[in-house]
Design a protein around this ligand. Sequence first.
Ligand SMILES: Nc1ncnc2c1ncn2[C@@H]1O[C@H](COP(=O)(O)OP(=O)(O)OP(=O)(O)O)[C@@H](O)[C@H]1O
Length: 791
Amino acid sequence: MLLSSEALRAEQEYVSMLYGRLDELREHVTGRLARVLATSGGNAQARVEKDAAHAAYAERLARLNAAEHGLCFGRLDMLDGECRHIGRMGLLSETGDAGHAEDAEDAEDTAPLLIDWRAPAARPFYLATAVTSEGVRLRRHIKDRDRTVTEIHDELLDLESAAGARHEGLAGEATLLAALNAGRTGRMTDIVQTIQAEQDRIIRSEHTGVLVVQGGPGTGKTAVALHRAAYLLYTRRRQLARRVVLVVGPNTTFLRYIGNVLPALGETSVLLSTVGGLYPGVTAEREETPETAEVKGRLAMAEVVAAAVRDREWVPGDHLEVEYEGETLRLDRRTCERARDLARGSLSPHNPARPLVVREISRVLAEQYAERVGTDPFDGERLLDDGQVESIRREMLTDEAVLAALDELWPDLTPQRLLTDLFGSSDRIASAAPGFTPEDRALLLREPGGGWSPADVPLLDEAAELLGEDTRAERIRQEYERRERVSYAQGVLDVAMGSRATDLEDDQEAEILTVNDLVDADRLAERHQEADHRTSAERAAADRTWTFGHVIVDEAQELSEMAWRLLMRRCPAKSMTVVGDTAQSGDLAGTLSWGRVLDPYVKGRWRLENLTRNYRVPAEIMAVATEVLAEIGADLEAPVSVRESGVEPWGLRVSPEELADRLIEVVAIEAAGLTDRRLAVITPDSLLEPLGLAIAAGVPEVSVGEDPGAPSPVVVLNVRQAKGLEFDEVLVVEPGLIVAESPRGLNNLYVALTRATRRLGVLHTAELTPPSAMPRVLDARLDRQRNGKWR
Ligand SMILES: Nc1ncnc2c1ncn2[C@@H]1O[C@H](COP(=O)(O)OP(=O)(O)OP(=O)(O)O)[C@@H](O)[C@H]1O
């Protein structure tokens, strides 16, 4: 129900008051922040406190700034006469914003002017229906632009109006449909104004373990996952903000697509990453075949990496000779075995255990050498005492031949070196992966160099766990740096004193000495040490061993078993929200069953929730996609579209020779009709480059492949790149080839067909038949719209 101008005016007054309150708070926090920045000096403790205050005020200011657009978007009139305004953040009438649940509790007595959408009092806004009114008489949706209320929609929640509802259970239908019909910008937006009841239940789920959200395309899984992150940060801010929430997505284009949602909700303690981005210092851009990625993603690779480490803890078949200072020393097998057992028995990872091998082997070598060169030729007595033998031992550790022998027996290994050596040698692969078929082993073999692939990252991480770090070297480096700083600081003080002393009268010298007493070199050095101004999320990104408070995995069906292993390690509390759709699993290493990937870690402790309504894809397009879904699995259920677009999908068959030209023609005409809308052309992998280049040459403002930054109106992508994204219009090229190119080709076609919010077209050459019956169904359906024309 659209309302009168009087109601609009009254609402404007309230909303203006709220913005006024927001401005006051901003001013207050900006002032505090400026004061913190102006303070200087103090001891280490004071500096830490200053950094913490700076971070807290900056974060609060970010939250206040984020609330600027659509600060208040709803109102509930309760049956008992109470009126609640709902918004992006809580606002109290007295000082302080109810920035999070804990703040709100602290300020219990203060009347809320605005209720944060995540607070329990806001919940009926999302859940109330005419059938279950939750004590609500009227729900109002408020829309504003630049602080001016432009629209309000009211829903009376009584049983009579329920009878008239078109889609039973759609809360705020007018506002929801306006959001769903709006043009897509290439950046996902938040849905706080129109969260639906089934989504709200998941967002606020109290389940603390692994929550799996399964739902078809467009059911809002990504939106729900991100809003759940915001909800958890609100309710458990003290624990989670420090530990950071990790959001894992399938590729960087996708991360860019969702990147604005949480900042717009005022949340910054979040790290967005692909699995390939989770190994600091490695950029996983190497391309490899899906078959190789599949082998690398198997859980059995954990044992392969472990075996590869064990293989590097070597003992000779009989003995090893070491040339030292003209003497040929001999390490027999038993000595080497003893050193190895000693190190393995320590149960330390490989690198930290290495000093035990080094000490034992160098001790044996030093004693042998001492016996050779330091024995009395007449009585056979050893001439060197223990101290001298120890000196020889230490000296030996700078000798190249000795170091080479140690490197062979128990090398100091980085994960990169371990895997480069492993994948570069068929012998090493055969030894570490005896259970693999020759074909699988051949898939692992590659030349050294050429960088790392996303599937390598969980293996590097696995190796890092097994190798461990010998932190002694790092500790020595830190101590060295500290001494350098102290010595530099002492120099500064000396220069200061020296120059001042020469300039000053004798009676002033005492004062300078007092200053020097107060600021000694150690303290000055501490002050020179750079403060760590990084946010928690930045520190988490740079630290492989960081453990996250909560992990959200999107498009989770694409993750390999090894990727799950890595993620479980990063979240020891196993507090996770996992969203995906096994019917969309296109990656060969991905999963078709949640139990298979989760049971090894949280058997019986993960909960499954389903989303059933499709907010993205209109019914006309979903009817086509559903035919494909039925081919993937007869028991799979398609989500039900919440709207129709009135636009039927179209199909166009062309000859192979004219494919590129007709495609350019179609894209050019479709693109010309786009105003503030986006078109995606989704091609089979093998056609991405040739067709992408052809389209880019013939049509302006086209980008090919992963989104380079600012979204262009027309993009050409393969299915993998389009995963999780959405566009106003989608043109699928050669669906038969998309199916034929992968064992999961049908799943890929299903993904491609479900990216459009308004219009779908299919352009193809051959009959859409092979290799399965499905495309024939698609062909027949599209034929009805075709009539030889695509428009
Ligand atoms: N309650 C809602 N209100 C407004 N828009 C919504 C709502 N739920 C979902 N949407 C919109 O529907 C679209 C699809 O949502 P989303 O991308 O989260 O779906 P998904 O289930 O992750 O899809 P896919 O599996 O295809 O990646 C998005 O534009 C999202 O903003």
